[in-house]
Design a binder for this molecule. Structure first.
Ligand code: C2E
Ligand code: CA
Ligand code: CA
Length: 329
């Protein structure tokens, strides 16, 4: 609904009206035919745009009020004013969305490979990390554009491109004499939740002719949790079709899920989230690291530490029998 308030003395008058609307509608309802002890609640979110500060034309004002309303909704049943900050966020999002499309078309994405190093100091494999260099804006971090790619669905073509490119690279390395080198590829939540994800990955694996024993896929707990039994089926199917392929849980220790999934799922590797390693000196983090290593060892999983930035961190991890490391150091 759109409500037009005229003759406001000051902007906050709009907030007073919005709050009245919220409070009134929020009161519980009794519905005919439903047990009277059952009360029904309706939530309301209100976005406010002001004339002339936020625009002079109806369409623009409605659009801005709408953006404020979505923001209010995210925070749960309240009112919010449109702000220039919101506007900046929206145009940034639009820029990223259009940019991803264009970058896909023009093939300007790039993969970088971060070495994963074993106890002896040799490189045993590498994680493929997506890089986007925009001609005008310079380097754009995946932390910024992956979420937009997820929301818009562009992660699907982008993810396919990543998977295929990384498999080609793996094939090349393996046939150049590095037979045991592996590559680890990230799969986002939306990618993994696709119904035909296993078929898609299978097709690329067959087409590129890689050896599945040199391939790892990384997923996060958030990929498992929305539908654990379906996630489990997909993982089992992937492993059945491509024996030797390994599945890693990325950012382990930051999710909120129950640990029981670790024994029920065909998981091979735990990747200790980099925040624990980078902030090793912070109280409790060493204990968490020790616990994850012990947990991994007793479940016969490999443990990889991420975010190893210093010699000290490496030495500590070595002393706790962690077997593989990744990071700037
Ligand atoms: P991630 O999978 O946890 O990747 C590790 C991130 O930590 C990478 O950031 C890497 O550059 C960074 N990193 C590695 N070593 C260190 C270190 O010692 N210290 C610090 N401070 N950071 C370190 P990056 O490349 O910016 O990627 C960020 C995230 O974006 C990734 O986190 C991953 O979730 C996502 N991402 C990157 N590439 C892809 C991709 O191809 N597909 C999908 N779905 N997600 C991707
Ligand atoms: Ca990762
Ligand atoms: Ca990680």
């Amino acid at each position: 609904f759109v409500i037009l308030l005229t003759h406001l003395q000051k902007p906050t008058d709009a907030a007073v009206v919005a709050q009245k609307i919220i409070d009134t509608i929020r009161r519980p309802y009794r519905v005919e035919g439903v047990d009277p002890s059952t009360k029904i609640n309706i939530g309301v979110s209100v976005g406010i745009a002001l004339i002339p500060q936020n625009g002079l034309e109806a369409m623009q004002l409605i659009k801005h009020a709408d953006m404020a309303m979505y923001k209010a909704k995210e925070r749960g049943n309240r009112y919010m004013f449109f702000t220039s900050e919101l506007n900046k966020q929206a145009s940034e999002r639009l820029f990223l969305e259009n940019g991803i499309r264009k970058a896909l078309d023009q093939k300007v994405f790039d993969l970088h490979y971060q070495p994963i190093v074993g106890v002896q100091g040799f490189i045993e494999g590498a994680e493929a990390l997506l890089r986007w260099h925009d001609r005008k804006r310079g380097f754009i971090s995946p932390v910024d554009f992956i979420p937009v790619a997820e929301e818009t669905g562009l992660i699907l073509p982008l993810g396919d491109w990543v998977f295929e490119t990384a498999c080609h690279q793996l094939k090349t390395w393996n046939s150049e004499g590095f037979e045991d080198l592996y590559v680890s590829i990230n799969l986002s939540v939306k990618q993994f939740s696709q119904e035909h994800i296993v078929d898609t990955l299978s097709r690329i694996i067959s087409r590129t002719g890689i050896d599945p024993k040199n391939l790892k896929v990384e997923i996060t707990e958030s990929s498992i949790m929305p539908d654990p039994s379906e996630a489990r089926m997909k993982m089992l199917e992937l492993k059945k079709r491509h024996p030797g392929i390994r599945i890693a849980i990325d950012d382990f220790g930051t999710g909120y899920s129950s640990l029981s999934y670790l024994t029920d799922f065909p998981i091979d590797i735990l990747k200790i989230d980099q925040s624990f390693v980078i902030n090793m000196d912070k109280k409790g983090n060493m204990k968490i690291i020790n616990t994850i290593i012990t947990l991994g060892n007793s479940l016969l999983m490999d443990v990889i530490a991420e975010g190893v930035e210093t010699r000290n961190q490496l030495e500590y991890l070595l002393s706790k029998s962690c077997k593989a490391f990744q990071g700037f150091y």
